[in-house]
Design a protein around this ligand. Sequence first.
Ligand SMILES: [Zn+2]
Length: 311
Amino acid sequence: MSMNRRLNFFLLLLLTACAPAARVVALPEAAATQFVVAAEPTATSILPLPTATLIPCDPAAEEFCIVEGNFIFQNPLGPDPVLAIAGNYSYGSTDEGKREPHNGVDLQSREGAPVFAPAPGLVIFAGTDDKTRFAQWADYYGNLVVIEHEEGLYTLYGHLSKVHVRAGERVSGGDVIAAVGHTGIAVGSHLHFEVRTGGDVTDYFSTQNPELWLALPEGVGALSITLDSKTNHKIQRKLVIWRYFAGTDTLQETYYASTYPKGFEQNKEDSVLSNLPPGRYRIAFTDSTGLHERMVNVEARKLTQVVIKLK
Ligand SMILES: [Zn+2]
């Protein structure tokens, strides 16, 4: 080895010795009880309005489209991965004409269970609705909390037994804000949860379907169905949806749904089903013009959008 080569070799050794070992960044282990907090929205972030992702399908050109969706809110009942949404009184349901059109979802829980902020925000109302109304009727929600997450995007929590926050208070995602109860007009203890958008936060119908906003548990997807008519008049129609065993025409499960009734004209879509296992589905309904059917795919943690053009 020449002098030069020896020097080079020595330098190489020295460099190798000094070079820092590839750093392994240990990821914090996700504890079973850890509550995943949504990223703080910033002034520059784009408000993920449903209009940004709903109805990108051209019903004349595409059967359906699969998009990421706006599933930005954590489960307000905490880290439980299951969204226990009451199926008999889903968003837009009138429970076969027996009740008021439902402008939120009912999450099944026990009296006194903690309610968590599903994302950071500002509490704009905390108390009873005997004087300040968020519905056409007084004492409808009982004790309630309303949080503004970004300008024009609110969540509302009704029938609470206890309220742990005050108007004007900032909350982080995962903060305990209240306890589940049955105050106001409630059948048993549960959490009534709403997502409100649009101009007037006190307007009962200024809501979006929470199933388009609540983070989807692992391994399930969601389906939004829009009946594209010139008038956008909301008429309750019965839908039937079949799921097939993968790669076959054998029926695996049947789902029944209704489209939104009158009063939900601000909602672009007409029906949403979430918590659906991925797979192949057939949507069908009949109206005065005949039978409408569509085959679609549902993917985990994605939103499948279907637009069915009505004559
Ligand atoms: Zn409810």
